[in-house]
Design a protein around this ligand. Structure first.
Ligand code: URA
Ligand code: SF4
Length: 207
């Protein structure tokens, strides 16, 4: 089975994890992507935000949530009273998955499979073990499935505080929609307000 496990160092904190992840070949996604996009933020962050996978901009720049979805997320976090600079931001899958009709054509995001999310899971588990966040904000269905299993339904649990055992640790989580779903929504204003209201639940759930 595909797995990142043999690439994950068991000491050295976030810098060691980031260095090792740059050379991960735990699944085939590293082949076509530009680079590994590891999580960003400090080990003492109180909140961890988990997205799906890097997008086109993230793949080019090597940092999570620096494209349009990230801009929207930062605005919503600030409005909800969560300092984006104090959050640790990462993704369920660390390489960009895309289709491209022809070379030099636009790269179109493709959702990762459960196999790829499972393969990449050891990185997320290692980030959780180092950061030990007080709260995890789950951004969308892929992150939810990666963390909570394939029966996760974002519509059923968004804006609520869940307590679950994840990779051997008791975690508190608030799921919400993925910020890029707000960008795609017919009624963006309503979708944005929904995201904001879920993030306010997260802000209040912080000890
Ligand atoms: N979408 C994600 O899920 N993660 C990113 O880093 C960017 C866009
Ligand atoms: Fe490794 Fe994850 Fe990249 Fe697959 S997606 S190669 S498991 S870092």
């Amino acid at each position: 089975a595909y797995t990142a496990e043999p690439f994950v160092p068991d000491r050295g904190g976030l810098p060691a994890l980031r260095r090792a992840a740059a050379d991960c070949r735990g699944c085939p996604l590293h082949r076509d992507a530009t680079q590994t996009v590891f999580g960003a933020g400090t080990a003492d962050a109180r909140v961890m935000l988990v997205g799906e996978q890097p997008g086109d901009q993230e793949d080019r720049q090597g940092k999570p949530f620096v494209g349009p979805a990230g801009k929207l997320l930062d605005r919503a976090l600030e409005e909800a009273g969560i300092d984006p600079g104090e959050a640790y931001v990462t993704n369920a899958v660390k390489h960009f998955k895309f289709t491209q009709a022809e070379p030099r054509k636009r790269r179109i995001h493709k959702a990762p499979t459960l196999r790829e999310m499972t393969a990449c899971g050891p990185w997320l588990a290692a980030e959780l073990a180092v950061v030990e966040p007080e709260l995890i904000v789950v951004l969308g269905a892929s992150a939810g499935k990666a963390l909570l299993g394939s029966s996760f339904r974002v519509t059923q649990v968004r804006g609520t505080v869940l307590e679950e055992e994840i990779h051997g640790r008791r975690e508190r989580l608030v799921p919400t929609v993925h910020p890029s779903s707000v960008l795609r929504a017919d009624d963006r204003e309503t979708a944005y307000r929904g995201l904001l209201s879920d993030l306010r639940v997260a802000a209040r759930a912080l000890p």
